[in-house]
Design a protein around this ligand. Structure first.
Ligand code: F0G
Length: 358
């Protein structure tokens, strides 16, 4: 529109743009394609001064909890659902530990198509379940874990015309790789290490792809070491074998058979990074530290990137990004369990003074 006052320039227009629109030249879409978007992406890279002090490096937090449904999944979902609509799909399905389900529900609603999610019964955080249900997805609570749910959705999409939008779908990876572009734009192409939680191993695969693409085009852009961190009870990549019954408080990464296993390992070894794990206690320590010391409230699984950094370090890296994959409000119960109780007070000044000043 050419009306005066309706023109946006510079960063203002970027913030209002969805991911596909912003990075169309780097994605498998063409102008004129149907785009299903909620203005995802363009999340802030937040300096973390207290964390930086603790680890002796300059640390930033890529806060993916500020995407439209509160997790990084929206980046891949805008691409996967747009592509499904382009292909004429009228239903999409995924297996999920919760965030992919919430994201699918939102983008399917936006597209006006059927959304179906398979989640492990009783093992997904309340906020994610509320989102999926509220946004009209058909939620199937599987009496089994994520790995079994993924096997089932792979099977059913072989025999029924339903589009599979788990990160085995390459459009998901294409969308998620754009986070690497944003990080490098914000840091002027200089980054030594990336710390990231690893579950089904799609996101680490995507970041590595994004970093490699940029570096191939311009070798002066860093290729950071990729440090992938898992929860101790769900650590197949650390053990080098499948975990039949994964268990962790970090329910988003409670996965024993990651779909992108080889690509994730190639990212970590090929970049000079590491794969390591953290106990639930270490994850919860990092979760509380981020909320109380940095003012950034992420979900427990997301704090695994910081728990890994604190526990294992990142060699002599000077500049580090920790990816915080999801918002803390996703999982209100864990937040309440990990916090002190509320202080009851009668409605009068004396009572309040007694509490606040003794
Ligand atoms: N952090 C959060 C908050 C997640 O929800 C996930 C994955 C990950 C990290 C790990 O990313 O799977 O690409 O290695 N959640 C998926 C889901 C499995 O169903 O929402 P990954």
């Amino acid at each position: 529109m050419d009306q005066p006052g309706h023109r946006l320039t510079g960063s203002d227009s970027i913030r209002r743009m969805g991911l596909i629109e912003r990075y169309m030249d780097r994605l498998p879409f063409e102008p004129g394609d149907p785009i299903v978007s909620l203005n995802e992406g363009s999340t802030p890279l937040i300096a973390a001064p207290r964390l930086s002090e603790r680890v002796g490096a300059e640390v930033f937090l890529k806060f993916e909890g500020l995407n439209p449904t509160g997790s990084f999944k929206d980046r891949g979902m805008t691409c996967a659902v747009s592509a499904a609509v382009r292909d004429g799909a009228d239903a999409v399905i995924c297996a999920s530990t919760g965030n992919t389900a919430a994201s699918l529900a939102a983008y399917a609603a936006r597209a006006g198509i059927r959304g179906i999610v398979l989640v492990p019964d009783g093992k997904i955080a309340a906020g994610k379940l509320a989102q999926a249900l509220m946004q009209g997805a058909e939620v199937v609570a599987l009496r089994g874990n994520f790995d079994e749910a993924l096997r089932l959705v792979r099977e059913i999409t072989q025999v029924h015309p339903i589009a599979l939008v788990n990160s085995v779908n390459d459009f998901r990876i294409a969308g998620q790789k754009c986070a690497a572009f944003e990080v490098m734009e914000d840091l002027d192409g200089r980054l030594d290490a990336l710390c990231i939680p690893v579950g089904n191993a799609g996101n680490i695969t995507a970041y590595w792809k994004g970093f490699q693409e940029l570096h191939a085009e311009d070798p002066s852009v860093s290729l950071p070491a990729m440090h992938g961190f898992q929860a101790r009870g769900a650590n197949p990549l650390v053990r080098g074998e499948l975990v039949a019954e994964p268990e962790t408080i970090a329910s988003a990464i409670r996965i024993g058979a990651p779909a992108r296993w080889e690509e994730a390992m190639a990212a970590m070894t090929g970049s000079g990074g590491t794969v390591a794990d953290c106990t639930d206690e270490e994850i919860l320590d990092a979760y509380r530290f981020l909320a109380r010391e940095e003012g950034v409230f992420c979900e427990p699984s997301s704090a695994t990137s910081v728990a890994g950094l604190l526990k294992h370090g990142v060699g002599d890296a000077e500049r580090v990004v920790c990816v915080l994959t999801g918002h803390g409000l996703k999982d209100p119960q864990t937040a309440l369990d990990e916090s002190p109780p509320v202080v009851p007070c009668e409605p009068d000044l004396k009572a309040l003074e007694k509490i606040l000043v003794g």
